[in-house]
Design a protein around this ligand. Structure first.
Ligand code: UN1
Length: 494
């Protein structure tokens, strides 16, 4: 079995404890991907020291040159796409077509970052005084601690790391303990592309130790976290106490709304992909289906037939539609919601059980599950499950659909299927989400647009697109007075 290492201070090194954890394939827990470091605070301390040395070099490298490194990163990821997709599927389970998409999102993010190296615009603004210039530019901040989840093992680390690097920061990556292999290859690629070694540090281990050490470290001024709303609130409290810059990307309870006039075949493809893609383990997953009364029964019947036909299996096998859940505890959590649904009077239409057919015995499989008769305000309507469980809610009209959509504490994505342009525009305006899709599912955000949610999904920042570059840099304002006299702003001109 392969033993993997941290990347700290420009070297692949063992953890200070000498302890390791096993990373297993969730489709077959007998298959151990490798042993990975169980790091501690001491490893994080070394990484922080080294990252500041990396920062000293990298922050002085011109932004277009930093962009050139990221362009090579994109080229290398593209060349290794198949290999990466296969190892990602092995360590986290989603089918190959999805891990290929995950790698592509990393490639797109790299090329976007590369071009941003020749933009990273500031402003030149007219001064209120004569012979004086006023301008802004974007300045790197320092060392960024990035804590990333398992569900997009490549894309999410790249969303955070590439803009952080392009802006001139050094990065310490703490990947989810379920997907350390993907993060290891990402670091290899960054180094091969020519990133100065101390600019990137990889510290494997658990959130409670390594994640907490990064969040609490006085010399890590920027933290970006994607994960649960519960953990995010702890991260938020710690960062708040220390005045850190923090980006939080957390839970969702995303709904697809289907109105009476919708193209039902199209809406059906959308909900199957949105609810059961990545086994429902996306923060953008469709976990609620809000259907208008006129098409409710017909649409549920269509959906039931197709959901039952989805093929579960090892994501590396051709024909697999849905992979396993990430680990045993997550399957137990999903399973517990079957009881919750029953208690609250919802009707189980399909699924609700562990899937244990041939070839599935050693994985964490769970059948695609649909509940109907779910009511607004019930636990199935409110709580993020992070699994293949879809709650169907019947509504009378678009107004009620919008109210149900908005009646949760989360606000990541929403989707509306209709042919009515007026209702579609109302939805774009009235749905309380960071992203609204019209005639498309709740998943499928593109790398060059801002990504994030409102309410308890986030804390106001966005990943992706142009906005994330603001998060990873400070605005510096410079005034140059070439009048040769003391000119007093707000006083001498008025
Ligand atoms: C996530 O849901 O965890 O929008 C991230 C999508 C992907 C990213 C999702 N591009 O489906």
């Amino acid at each position: 079995m392969t033993t993997f290492r941290n990347f700290i201070a420009g070297e692949w090194v063992a953890p200070s404890t000498g302890e390791y954890f096993d990373n297993v394939n969730p489709a077959d827990a007998r298959d151990v991907v490798g042993r990975f470091p169980k790091s501690t605070r001491a490893d994080v301390d070394r990484a922080v020291e080294s990252a500041w040395r990396g920062f000293a070099v990298w922050s002085r490298t011109p932004a277009p040159a930093r962009g050139d490194v990221l362009r090579r990163v994109g080229d290398l990821l593209a060349a290794r796409k198949e290999e990466l997709a296969a190892l990602m599927t092995r360590e986290m389970g989603k089918p190959l077509q999805e891990t290929r998409g995950d790698v592509q999102e990393g490639i797109d993010t790299a090329y976007y970052a590369a071009t941003e190296g020749r933009r990273l615009f500031g402003h030149v603004v007219p001064s209120e005084l004569r012979n004086k210039w006023a301008m802004t530019y974007r300045r790197p901040i320092g060392v960024c601690g990035l804590i990333t989840p398992f569900n997009f093992p490549l894309a999410i680390p790249t969303w955070k790391a590439f803009p952080a690097l392009l802006c001139g920061n050094a990065v310490i990556l703490k990947p989810a303990e379920d997907v350390p292999h993907t993060a290891t290859v990402l670091v290899e690629v960054l180094l091969e592309a020519g990133l100065p070694p101390e600019v990137i540090q990889l510290v494997h281990g658990m959130g409670e130790t390594v994640g907490a050490a990064l969040v609490e470290h006085p010399r890590v001024p920027v933290v970006s976290f994607t994960g649960s709303t519960e953990t995010g609130s702890i991260v938020g409290q710690e960062c708040g106490r220390r005045h850190k810059r923090l980006s939080l990307e957390m839970g969702g309870k995303n709904a697809q709304i289907v109105l009476d006039d919708a193209d039902l075949d199209l809406a059906l493809e959308g909900v199957l992909w949105g609810a059961f893609g990545t086994t429902g383990q996306r923060c953008t997953a469709t976990s609620r289906l809000i259907v208008q009364a006129g098409v409710h029964d017909r649409f549920v019947a269509m959906l039931e037939a197709r959901a039952k036909a989805l093929r579960l299996g090892d994501g590396r096998q051709a024909g697999t539609d849905v992979g396993p859940l990430i680990h045993a505890a997550s399957r137990e959590k999903v399973e517990s919601y079957v009881g919750v649904g029953a208690e609250q009077g919802a009707e189980l239409v399909t699924g609700g059980r562990r899937a244990e057919g041939a070839g599935l015995e050693h994985g964490f499989f769970f059948e695609p599950t649909i509940f109907t008769g779910v009511t607004g305000g019930s636990r199935l309507d409110q709580e993020e499950i992070f699994g293949p469980v879809l709650s169907v809610i019947r509504v009378a009209d678009a107004d009620e659909a919008f109210r149900v959509n908005n009646g949760v504490k989360y606000g990541l994505s929403s989707s509306l299927y209709t042919r009515d342009l007026n209702v579609a525009f109302r939805a774009m305006q009235e749905l309380d989400n960071g992203i609204t899709y019209v005639n498309a599912p709740t998943i499928g955000a593109e790398a060059h647009l801002p990504f994030g949610g409102v309410k308890e999904t986030g804390n106001g920042h966005r990943e992706g697109g142009w906005e994330v570059y603001e998060f990873y840099s400070e605005t510096k304002v410079c005034y140059v007075d070439y009048s040769g006299t003391l000119q007093r702003a707000q006083i001498d001109n008025y």
